[in-house]
Design a binder for this molecule. Structure first.
Ligand code: ADP
Ligand code: MG
Length: 225
């Protein structure tokens, strides 16, 4: 069930701490953020500011120590684990900085991996997505046989396999040259726009960040602007 008025994602007073030995480090110091449906938001800020931690917390991958995250109005971390997992699979897509492709699987198999459908249909959909990202001719290649930009395009195709309504990306162009990075980002926004989806990207590239609707600056675990 989707509530038209609910934001796509909402963080309320999110606190995240890490304990190293006996020391406690507060990485997110009470973050409140509302991301509307259809928004393309870039999270920027210096290294160590807590951007990755915030993205992972918003994306349902790391629970906060305090506070709440709501996806489409539903409190994510208060759901049972299996409901959380099912919501993630159905609604959320992820692209990580280091691509995280499985080395022993071909491009098309990597794209199919998170699919909620199986068999021939999943393969057809994965092949269509690879065509979309311009990699049909690489479908049977292993990740080691692909360039960085190609691997990232496989990761984007994989993130889209379940038609997510919210796409999360952590420095998706961080390992690419600037031209390839721009091409990857364009593909990303195009695919999200077509479905009226929501995009949340962490980047320290200020040029890239201008391509969205909104920038949020995180410094020292707090939202600054
Ligand atoms: N698993 C972890 N254990 C301990 N400290 C962590 C962990 N993950 C991140 N940190 C610390 O939290 C801070 C913020 O990290 P991060 O969210 O990765 O920042 P950013 O993505 O903005 O560079 C850093 O000081 C980092 O060392
Ligand atoms: Mg980071």
């Amino acid at each position: 069930m989707s509530d038209q008025n609910s934001p796509a994602i909402e963080a309320i007073d999110v606190v995240r701490t890490f304990t190293i030995g006996t020391r406690e480090i507060k990485v997110l110091k009470g973050v409140t953020l509302r991301v509307e449906k259809g928004e393309k938001l870039f999270l920027v800020g210096p290294s160590g500011a807590g951007k990755t931690s915030l993205l992972y917390t918003l994306a349902g991958l790391e629970s906060p120590n305090e506070g709440e995250v709501r996806v489409d109005g539903k409190s994510l971390y208060q759901m049972k684990k299996n409901k959380q997992a099912s919501l993630r699979n159905r609604l959320l897509g992820y692209v990580f900085q280091n691509f995280f492709l499985l080395p022993e699987l071909t491009a098309v198999e990597n794209v199919m991996l998170p699919s909620l459908i199986s068999g021939k249909l999943a393969r057809e959909r994965a092949e269509a997505l690879l065509e979309r990202v311009g990699l049909s001719h690489r479908r049977s290649h292993l990740p080691t046989e692909l360039s960085g930009g190609e691997q990232q395009r496989v990761a984007i195709a994989r993130a889209m396999i379940n038609s997510p309504t919210i796409l999360f990306a952590d420095e998706p162009t961080g390992n690419l040259d600037s031209k390839t990075g721009r091409a990857v980002m364009e593909l990303f926004t195009e695919m999200v726009d077509e479905k009226g989806g929501t995009l949340l990207v962490v980047t320290h590239d200020s040029e890239l960040a201008k391509t969205g609707n909104r920038q949020v600056l995180l410094t020292d675990g707090k939202i600054a602007a």
